[in-house]
Write a protein that binds this ligand. Structure first.
Ligand SMILES: Cc1cc2nc3c(=O)[nH]c(=O)nc-3n(C[C@H](O)[C@H](O)[C@H](O)COP(=O)(O)OP(=O)(O)OC[C@H]3O[C@@H](n4cnc5c(N)ncnc54)[C@H](O)[C@@H]3O)c2cc1C
Length: 401
């Protein structure tokens, strides 16, 4: 734990994934005393591959971890789309589909990114694992916090970096449904043995409303990431907290499916790292209230359909820390954070309305159109960077303390 001097502003960050450690790093650099509380017992390892692109690359460069992340870059060689019977529809370079820039943008394991971010700040700020915020009570001088463990402390500011289903957001702003925009899909991710001989490649099977993918991210990897994403017109709220019901829903949805789907469904029942959720966005009219602000998925999750959640978390954390370092008053700082970041967030969230779900067509006609579009991409292999990814030019850091 850092020794505090009385002039330091004390900030509590809830969540130690991507936005939390990034914010902690920059706030520490700007002279804040930072505590991070995380409900898990350690930074969460493992997990599916994620993209870091455009403006977010500059954030990790300024944190000094770009070379390390480049080493961890997955560099997938092939993306093969399959039809109902498992036959190849089209195979192409992944960047042709994602709008990423080869040689600049990164795709890395979520756990690798979390570990790299945590390592930048683990010795400089206080991390409290296995705990979470129970109550927040704001007064003119600070926020009194009661933790689940029963401990009580007071901070100048509290930031919720606790993801899509943020507890901080619920406590301060209200229940999730008020801010959640359901995008029509349920999905499950897990790892399974790589009995398919796949190497640095992604295979995706589709029928209308159903997708099943296998993603091999390392040459010698003995496991693959399995991903089942399916159309559900109504959000399946009844299964969200019930893993057995989630498995049953998925098994029902994929009954009778071809290709390797039956072995994926079987492996889902055996997986110990199952992650089920629905595709959705968080849209809030304001990202702060009094002394409490939100960052990353907690404030503006764009959904995996945009592939921009990690990048928004990194950029948002950088912008929030810089605003707090630049403005003595937290009201002005939170206002500047939102003013300078919201357009970038809005552009990236809007990617779902501009074809973000095109990989997951829900009708036979849309699937035909998607396949025609993919075949056109093979004919035109040059990647076109997605302007939204770099729409924010990162301001210089505030002076370090
Ligand atoms: C299947 C899938 C694929 C994805 N693919 C991509 C992709 O290709 N590209 C991309 O950019 N993004 C992708 N994303 C999104 C990306 O993972 C998130 O946008 C990103 O992790 C957001 O970071 P965050 O730090 O804001 O929140 P999170 O990563 O969700 O972290 C929240 C943290 O807070 C902790 N926490 C939660 N509640 C509490 C509490 N009450 N108290 C204390 N701690 C708490 C959690 O344990 C976690 O450590 C994908 C997501 C999924 C699910």
């Amino acid at each position: 734990m850092t020794s505090l001097n009385t002039s330091q502003r004390e900030v509590l960050i809830s969540g130690a994934s991507l936005a939390g450690p990034t914010l902690a790093y920059w706030l520490h650099r700007y002279g804040f005393a930072v505590t991070v509380v995380e409900k898990a017992s350690a930074p969460r390892g493992g997990g599916y591959p994620i993209d870091v692109r455009g403006t977010a690359i500059e954030v990790v460069r300024r944190m000094g971890i770009l070379p390390q992340l480049q080493q961890a870059h997955i560099d997938t060689g092939r993306f093969t789309f399959l039809g109902a019977d498992g036959g190849e529809v089209v195979a192409l370079h992944p960047y042709a589909v994602a709008g990423s820039v080869e040689g600049q943008d990164l795709e890395i394991g979520r756990g690798d990114l979390t570990a790299a971010l945590y390592a930048t700040v683990r010795d400089d700020v206080e991390f409290v694992f296995d705990d979470s915020v129970d109550t927040l009570d704001e007064n003119p001088h600070g926020v009194d916090v009661t933790f689940r463990s029963g401990k009580q402390r007071t901070f100048d500011l509290v930031v919720g970096a606790d993801g899509m289903h943020s507890g901080t957001r619920r406590i301060v702003f209200g229940p999730e449904p008020e801010f959640h925009r359901y995008l029509g899909y349920g999905f499950v991710v897990f790892t399974m043995p790589n009995t398919f001989g796949l190497s640095r490649e992604l295979m995706m099977w589709n029928t209308p409303g159903r997708a099943a993918a296998l993603y091999a991210t390392g040459e010698t990897h003995d496991e693959v990431h399995a991903f089942l994403n399916f159309h559900q017109p109504e959000q399946p709220l009844d299964v969200l907290r019930d893993p057995e019901a989630q498995r049953e829903l998925v098994a029902r949805t994929y009954a009778g499916a071809g290709w390797e789907v039956p072995s994926l469904v079987k492996a889902m029942y055996e997986a110990d790292d199952l992650f089920f959720d629905t595709a959705g966005q968080i849209r809030m009219p304001a990202w702060s209230s009094g002394r409490v602000a939100l960052v990353g998925d907690a404030a503006y999750a764009p959904s995996f359909l945009t592939g921009q959640g990690s990048s928004l978390a990194l950029v948002g954390a950088y912008m929030l820390a810089r605003s707090l370092a630049t403005h003595g008053d937290h009201v002005a700082a939170f206002c500047a954070y939102e003013r300078d970041t919201r357009e970038f967030v809005t552009m990236n969230q809007a990617l779902v309305d501009k074809g973000g779900a095109r990989l997951f067509p829900t009708t036979a006609e849309a699937l035909e159109q998607r396949n025609a579009m993919l075949r056109d991409l093979v004919a035109m292999p040059a990647t076109t960077p997605q302007p939204a990814h770099s729409a924010l030019v990162l301001p210089e850091p505030a002076p370090a303390v």
